[in-house]
Ligand binder design. Structure first.
Ligand SMILES: C[S@@+](CC[C@H](N)C(=O)[O-])C[C@H]1O[C@@H](n2cnc3c(N)ncnc32)[C@H](O)[C@@H]1O
Length: 977
């Protein structure tokens, strides 16, 4: 017997007297009826009250459903007891009443009466209940509709939020920096200093100067009697002086009688007169004839006006100053307020300028806005002409399009500001003299050798900026794009992955790692750097208290802490076994790299799940968040293909290999490492530390232009050897995506550490001739020249040009110390046989008294360079015989064509600020004509970033073809071709 009230929520405490619960009470409290059930008095009364209400409703023909009902209790597990069982057993027994015919008769009679009396009430109740339920159902349906609408609205709101969240906000990303490096115009600059203290100051970006008018049509007012003007006094090389117009001598040719303020009079053409005030209506366009105040040797502004031509408009990058080519050969930046417009000029302004600079200005204006300029880094050495002698000069400062050079091999110190496009600079001069040489039909996959060797190199002025209004908000970079519809997420390592054990003193062995069951084949969908974290390793960033620097620590499966690649390599070696050895490139000790960072794109944008159709170990999804298109078909290959005319022998018998059994750890003993090491020995300037050449723990931190020789099929070393990188399957998670303006591009889905191998560029190896004759290849956008030999030779050529010095050939030209350079050489060209070529023209003498005496200036932007002709001859004589001449004669050079067959490598776009670079690697052949082309990370690359390299196309090299560059880099040159 259960001594409890059947109401499980009974609040009567202490339990009052209990009664036997009737059927309706059991039904009210939702328990099965049994005679043994008990109910307390309050609960019994409650149930009686409820049924009273129901009864009344029934009787009054009101719907019994309309009202308060007891809550149905679910989840009540009834424990049956023996009494209950008994009760139910009893219930199934035929009762004595049923077997009694009298009682049965009475029962039937009762039923008939009930039917007659209660029947109509029941029918009515049935109808009422049906109506009630239908009403309730309709109410629910309306409610559901409202909820549905609300849900739809919430969905739309969410998807808008989602779009906004993933929208790539270019405005933000490409907004100009707040700071810019410029020369503080009136202070700071001191020519006298001999050390390398910078005179460039970083200052807050100035806004548009208030006195700078907008761009517009330049209006020259007619001169009339009594007008004040500036007038040329002696010659184009002298300062102009204030004067007054007396009268117009000849109206058609515009000659005027003028009187200078000192009383002297003259008759001058309006091309020799300038307005007294700066124009306020519009800016002076490039090519305007002007006079401007000059800065003296200390960059102090003087009151003297000299005549020149506007060469560069005021813009953000030059601190809203005009660059002016003065007739006397100087180039300076001048603010609008310090410039006056000359009252008239010829249709070709170069006709008006001094003959010394005429040709240079003519060509400059013809080509403008294309302006090849030398790109300098501070302290670089550049061959520069001074007084008709080629000398070495060191870069002290850079101010927009000007460079300040200090000449090194002369007795008297000479420092000079020069236009970076002046042909007095060796690189410009060389390019001009060899402009017909090395014309490429298509872009080389290799970057400019000079850039690579940290030497000054020529770069085209940023055309985009030139074409733009100086109004920054009109910048191209403000365009918005949806191409980056994705989000960075942090991967969670599943909880069931092995975790490091607590450390116990032990000697590490293969048993330390055995239990984590590492298997590379299971890692297809993992970020490469997250693989160890799935197999028992933990990676943490800690602050080293000693050096107060953050560093990365890996905890191994056996609990050891490791903080550098060397130790990790050793650990992997002793714990690795067979094919389950983890490789060192799965680890990275840079705090800036996050192994768990992952770029995710909504599935709706994924149009092809795997571009390689499982030919690569990693899947390469193709994403398009802009429209519904997919890339044109290309046969995906994982090995380069040869074409009939190409004699590429990849038989391993023709390769030499190493005998290493130590994973080629000892670079000095490995003959393959030694092959890599040999090349750069000829370039001590480029590579200082020979041990550092090539791969370091499977990463490549600096390009080796002389090529990398990996271990190969004839080597004795194993597959995990440290000298096998580009031959390994692609490990980086890459994605092809549609860009807004560049077609398809490639981005990384995970962080890539600097120096990591990304993938190779594959295609069909064709002879140049074959590719050139194939018109379907268009101008060659999917071609890459295999120009390894040319690049190495070019580097050699350039290198020799740069290392030859008059006094001591052994000196290191990249050195930062001035003292390393001889200053003993004379200004006399005859002392300097290697470099100096005596000019046939009698040029002006060299003096630093800048403009104090205008007749002694040496800072010609061009002048008549007889010198140039002589130098061309010298250069031609010194040219190298191509290495190709020593190779077989069957064909010249080769090209990789990925138009029809290729791999992911053909989708990489160009960037003027690249994040990957190309390395030539020799793997299946040592034939120098057939290197592999491999991409490596130039810097740490965050997940979601587009991977792009410098195509190094030569602008203008493809006839009738121009290609705008949309790389979006700050230093973008504006054009690819
Ligand atoms: C080797 S393909 C690169 C993949 C190409 N975007 C595609 O859709 O297949 C080279 C071509 O991509 C485009 N491209 C690459 N980089 C570019 C850039 N920075 N600006 C504009 N177009 C670019 C040019 O059309 C170029 O001819």
């Amino acid at each position: 017997m259960n001594n409890q009230c059947i109401n499980c929520d009974c609040k009567s405490k202490p339990i009052k007297k209990l009664f036997v619960a009737q059927k309706n009470a059991c039904s009210y409290y939702n328990v099965q009826y049994s005679p043994s059930r008990l109910v307390c008095e309050p609960c019994m009364q409650k149930s009686i009250r409820y049924f009273d209400i129901i009864r009344k409703r029934f009787k009054n023909q009101e719907c019994i459903l309309d009202g308060r009902h007891p809550k149905k209790r679910r989840n009540i597990i009834e424990l049956s007891d023996s009494d209950d069982d008994g009760a139910s057993n009893n219930a199934t027994k035929p009762s004595t009443e049923d077997s009694n015919p009298q009682i049965a008769k009475l029962t039937i009679l009762l039923n008939i009466i009930l039917k007659d009396t209660v029947g109509p009430l029941l029918t009515k109740q049935d109808e009422l209940c049906k109506n009630y339920l239908m009403f309730k159902r309709a109410k629910l349906a309306t409610g559901k509709e409202i909820v549905d609408n609300l849900l739809r609205e919430a969905d739309e709101g969410l998807s808008q939020l989602y779009k906004d969240l993933y929208k790539f906000d270019n405005k933000k990303k490409f907004k100009f920096d707040k700071e810019i490096s410029i020369v503080d115009n009136c202070v700071q600059c001191e020519y006298g200093d001999v050390d390398d203290v910078t005179i460039i100051t970083t200052k807050q970006l100035p806004g548009l100067p208030l006195d700078l008018p907008v761009e517009g049509k330049l209006i020259r007012h007619l001169l009339k009697q009594g007008d004040k003007v500036y007038a040329m006094k002696q010659s184009l090389l002298h300062p102009w002086a204030e004067a007054t117009i007396e009268l117009a001598v000849n109206d058609t040719d515009r000659y005027f009688n003028i009187i200078f303020d000192d009383g002297e009079d003259a008759v001058l053409n309006y091309k020799n007169l300038a307005y007294i005030k700066a124009t306020s209506d519009s800016q002076y366009p490039v090519g305007s004839r002007v006079i401007a105040k000059f800065q003296d040797v200390n960059i102090q502004l003087t009151d003297k006006f000299y005549v020149g031509v506007i060469a560069e408009p005021p813009k953000y990058l030059n601190n809203f100053r005009y660059m002016i080519f003065f007739d006397d050969g100087y180039t300076q930046y001048v603010y609008h307020k310090n410039i006056r417009l000359v009252c008239g000029q010829s249709p070709n302004v170069s006709d008006d300028v001094h003959e010394n600079v005429r040709e240079f200005i003519k060509v400059y204006l013809q080509k403008y806005p294309e302006r090849p300029m030398v790109k300098f880094n501070k302290k670089q050495i550049v061959r520069t002409e001074l007084n008709n002698i080629w000398r070495s000069a060191k870069v002290k400062n850079i101010d927009a399009s000007l460079v300040q050079l200090k000449f090194l091999d002369i007795k008297n110190e000479h420092i000079e500001w020069m236009y970076r496009g002046s042909n007095r600079l060796g690189p410009i001069f060389n390019q001009l003299s060899s402009s017909n040489k090395n014309k490429r039909l298509r872009g080389s996959v290799l970057t400019d050798v000079n850039k690579l060797l940290n030497r000054p190199y020529i770069e085209l002025e940023n055309l985009t900026e030139n074409n733009k209004s100086i109004n920054i908000t009109n910048s191209d970079n403000t365009r918005n794009t949806q191409e980056n519809s994705g989000v960075i997420k942090s991967i969670k390592i599943p909880a069931d992955c092995p975790k490091p054990l607590p450390y116990n003193t032990h000697q590490c062995s293969k048993f330390c790692m055995l239990w984590v069951n590492y298997d590379y084949s299971q890692t297809k969908y993992m970020n490469v750097l997250s693989i160890p974290l799935h197999f028992g390793f933990m990676r943490s960033i800690i602050t080293d208290e000693k050096i107060k620097l953050k560093k990365v620590i890996y905890t191994t499966p056996c609990g050891c802490n490791i903080d550098n690649e060397g130790k990790m390599y050793k650990y992997l070696k002793v714990t690795g076994h067979g094919n389950s050895q983890m490789t060192i490139d799965l680890f990275n000790f840079d705090c800036m790299v996050d192994p768990l960072s992952s770029f995710c794109v909504p599935n709706v944008f994924i149009h092809i799940p795997d571009l390689s159709y499982e030919m690569e170990f990693k899947t390469i999804s193709v994403v398009n968040s802009l429209n519904a298109s997919v890339p044109k078909h290309m046969k995906y290959i994982t090995n380069r293909k040869t074409t009939p005319n190409v004699n590429l022998n990849i038989n391993s018998k023709f390769l030499c290999g190493c005998d290493c059994i130590d994973n080629c750890e000892d670079k000095k003993k490995c003959s393959c490492w030694q092959l890599t090491n040999e090349g750069p020995k000829n370039y001590p300037c480029y590579f200082k530390d020979h041990d550092d050449i090539g791969y370091s723990f499977k990463r490549l931190h600096k390009r080796v232009i002389t090529g990398i020789y990996e271990c190969n099929a004839s080597c004795k070393c194993g597959k995990t050897c440290l000298n096998r990188v580009a031959q390994e399957p692609m490990k980086t998670s890459l994605q092809v995506f549609l860009t807004e303006n560049k077609g398809w591009g490639v981005r990384t889905l995970a962080d890539i550490p600097k120096g990591s191998f990304v993938c190779t560029f594959l295609g069909e190896v064709r002879t140049d001739k074959d590719a050139e004759n194939d018109s379907s290849l268009n101008w060659g956008e999917y071609l890459a020249e295999l120009d390894f030999i040319e690049t190495v030779e070019e580097a050699k050529d350039g290198y020799e040009n740069y290392v030859v010095q008059p006094e001591d050939e052994s000196e290191d030209y990249t050195s930062s110390s001035d003292e390393e350079f001889s200053t003993s050489s004379s200004d006399d060209a005859s002392d300097d046989p290697n470099w100096a070529i005596q000019c046939k023209m009698n040029m002006f003498d060299s003096k630093m008294s800048l403009r104090k005496n205008l007749q002694v200036t040496n800072t010609k932007i061009d002048g008549k360079h007889e010198l140039s002709k002589l130098n061309i001859q010298q250069k031609d004589e010194s040219e190298h015989k191509s290495l190709r001449r020593y190779l077989d004669n069957d064909c010249g050079s080769y090209t990789l064509d990925s138009k029809v067959s290729g791999n992911i490598g053909r989708y990489f776009n160009h960037s003027c600020d690249p994040n990957i670079f190309i390395q030539n690697v020799f793997i299946d052949t040592h034939d120098l004509r057939f290197p592999w082309v491999a991409y490596f990370a130039l810097s740490n690359i965050p997940a979601g970033t587009e991977l792009a390299f410098d195509y190094n196309y030569t602008i203008g090299s493809v006839k009738n073809k121009t290609l705008q560059c949309y790389c979006g880099a700050k230093n973008c040159k504006g054009r690819l071709l």
